[in-house]
Design a protein around this ligand. Structure first.
Ligand SMILES: [Zn+2]
Length: 124
């Protein structure tokens, strides 16, 4: 009777099992003890299609998992955020028929015509 090396596989004459080679360490195991290696790809686990022994089986790396952000909150109607001094500045008056929009390098201003003196007033 010929014997051959069987590595880490268990051999039984009454309960024969197939042999298999680990794809990482190349040791011989019973095929039923080899498992598929999974890895995170996107938001789900993906089978890498390699059979590995229990020693070589890796835990899927969480850093490869995509972060699924929740949806943005529903905006509120007529929001009133707190005013921060110096952030946005005073609100310019609404343009009227007698005002002109002045655009300069420093920003935009309104030119208002004073009805009493017929002078031009610059409102930032
Ligand atoms: Zn292995």
């Amino acid at each position: 009777m010929a014997w051959r090396p069987h590595g880490r596989a268990r051999v039984s004459a009454r309960d024969p099992r197939a042999f298999g080679i680990c794809d990482r360490c190349n040791f011989q195991y019973n095929l039923q003890s080899l498992t598929w290696q999974f890895e995170w790809q996107g938001a789900q686990l993906q089978n890498r299609r390699i059979l590995v022994c229990p020693i070589c089986l890796d835990v899927p790396q969480e850093n490869l998992r995509s972060i699924v952000l929740p949806p943005d909150p529903v905006p509120v109607l007529n929001p009133r955020p707190p005013r921060v001094p110096g952030e946005a500045g005073p609100t310019p008056p609404p343009p009227t028929a007698a005002s002109l929009l002045l655009i300069t390098n420093g920003g935009t201003s309104h030119l208002l015509i004073d009805d009493d003196d017929d002078r031009l007033i610059v409102v930032p």
